[in-house]
Design a protein around this ligand. Sequence first.
Ligand code: TZP
Ligand code: MG
Length: 219
Amino acid sequence: MARIAREEMKQRLKVYFIMGSVNCKKSPFEVLTEAIDGGITLFQFREKGSGALVGEQKYEFAKQLQAICQKRGIPFIVNDDVELALAIDADGVHIGQDDEDARVVREKIGDKILGVSAHNLAEAQAAAAAGADYIGVGPIYPTKSKADAKQAQGPGMIRLLRDNGIDIPIVGIGGITAENASEVMNAGADGVSVISAIASAPSPLLATKQLVQTVLNNE
Ligand code: TZP
Ligand code: MG
């Protein structure tokens, strides 16, 4: 398989749902199914934080969520855990600045999708040079979903990256909702990634539909 084409990556980033067991108020399988029904374009398995599953339980949970995505044609990305991604033949991996070096991860995963978190121009340039298929930029707004999140930088960081020649696909992350998603898109993002806006919503289905609507209106 070849690396994902840039245009296809951009389309896939439009509404990127990220979730682990600790983010859900009801069955994670139901939440993911509703999110897919609502129109998410990409999914990331992020099993992190206090109470997160580990070992065999994490593996089995990942396999179950992956099966749901596969049935519905939604690519399945694994956060941080390159070995898990390879073991279950996931569609890709997302790594942060404190994880393994992006070049090393690219070597390990071949043509699978590689996403890298970037907080500034230097990190964005390095990620692009290392072979990232997309970068995640944030936190754009304050977030409660990541204990060690850096300070929110606003959508202006995405604009700054675009103005300085960063042309690889960008997804915004952190505190994004249907109310502020258009600001993120207008700053030059290809899409938005969210945890709580979908996972903590009273209706993940309706919340996803609202986000999808907003993003499509701001293409
Ligand atoms: N990285 C930067 S902010 C964040 C991650 C994983 C959490 C995003 O969660 P939410 O609930 O959409 O703010
Ligand atoms: Mg990480």
